[in-house]
Write a protein that binds this ligand. Structure first.
Ligand code: PHB
Length: 366
């Protein structure tokens, strides 16, 4: 048995007490109804994982235009609120805490998934070289329309709708998803954003939509119950930036001034591996953030404990390990064997691979 006190020491995120620093990362599972209402088995799924220091919901679209894959949930209609409220209650009843991740996919979508077969929207009118999953299987993403300034105002208003809906559903906070090649990162990164208006060009302009969203949702939530997710080195979903350290250095300096609850850093993108130079950049970017700092991507129990002990992170979000291990904090604390996830049931499907992973048997040796 390995002793890892620091990963299991309670900590405060703003005014919220977390019993440990093993957090559940946002995980797309594609099991919602076609209208975006979460399914009842999600109450069990999230409730089973309530021992996480904090749960982040799967990415959840703030509007019909924010959807990019089949069967992802929404948070903009009463039926969504009603469905999520039961999930939040399940987590709270089991002693947990849960933040909703507010999502807009931008150009990572397909006309068949959008209202009236509309084109996706983005910072640009150039299509991503990326795939999405539709009712017909994997398909190339559709060519987007560049948002007009009026369209940007509507999109900011959609995040407000999502933030209010999340509050009605009883969530403990919200996370603004500005990572992984989705809409907000399509504005942040200069390899995608080719605008010549107030939302493109300089880093200040590219950050503008994020600032407007954070200003707007801060009218609804206390600032310390709002977090943001970034992935400065990510190239997932066909994004690139010419100088991530300089540009995200500026973004982080600016965002840090707001007194947000936390910054949630994707250090290693889905399917990528981080090299020494990237690790060094992430360390320098980390030094710029003054409040709660969450890391995600490629962590094991040991490397997570080390990150917390060294002060690199206040908490670590686990993705795949939490899919397969509903009691992950306990298993890491006891250095117990981890269940292996079945990747065939990660995206879409039934209860199988969703709510049937076993908890540690009480008779298992500690
Ligand atoms: C996905 O649906 O594949 C997905 C969603 C959100 C992310 C990353 C991947 O941040």
């Amino acid at each position: 048995m390995t002793d890892r006190p620091n990963l299991f020491q309670p900590v405060k995120l703003g005014d919220l007490e977390l019993p440990n620093r093993v957090l559940m990362a946002p995980l797309t599972r594609n099991r919602a109804q076609d209208d975006g209402t979460p399914v009842a088995m999600a109450e069990t799924y999230y409730g089973q994982r309530a021992s996480a220091g904090l749960i982040f919901t799967e990415a959840t679209q703030v509007s019909a235009m924010g959807k990019g894959y089949i069967k992802t949930p929404g948070i903009y209609e009463q039926k969504h609120i009603d469905g999520w409220k039961k999930i939040v209650d399940s987590v709270h009843t089991n002693g947990g805490r849960i933040f909703m991740q507010l999502w807009h996919v931008g150009r990572i979508s397909h006309t068949s998934l959008l209202p009236d077969g509309r084109n996706p929207v983005s910072s640009t009118d150039k299509a991503a070289e990326a795939m999405t999953y539709t009712h017909d299987g994997f398909e190339a993403t559709s060519k987007p329309d560049a948002l007009t300034e009026a369209g940007i105002r509507e999109t900011v208003a959609d995040f407000v709708i999502g933030a209010k809906a999340a509050k009605s559903a009883g969530f403990d906070g919200i996370e603004v998803h500005a990572a992984n090649g989705y809409l907000l990162e399509q504005f942040l990164m200069d390899g995608v954003n080719d605008r010549t208006d107030a939302y493109g060009g300089s880093p200040e302009n590219r950050l503008r939509i994020v600032n407007e969203i954070l200003d707007a949702v801060s009218e609804i939530w206390p600032t310390n119950r709002i977090g943001i997710r970034l992935s400065p080195l990510g190239q997932f979903n066909d994004v690139t930036d010419s100088d991530p350290e300089a540009h995200f250095g500026y973004f982080i300096d600016e965002l840090d001034k707001r007194g947000l609850g936390y910054l949630h850093m994707v250090e290693e993108a889905p399917g990528a591996e981080t090299d020494a130079e990237q690790t060094a950049i992430m360390k320098r970017l980390r030094a710029k953030w003054s409040s709660f700092y969450i890391v995600n991507g490629g962590y094991t129990g040991n490397s997570a404990a080390q990150a917390v002990v060294e002060g690199h992170a206040d908490a670590v979000a686990f993705g795949r390990a939490f899919i397969a291990n509903p009691d992950l904090p306990k298993r890491l604390r006891l250095d117990a064997t981890l269940n292996q996830g079945d990747s065939d049931t990660y995206y879409g499907g039934t209860e199988k691979g969703y709510i049937d992973y076993p908890f540690l048997d009480v008779s298992d040796p500690e």
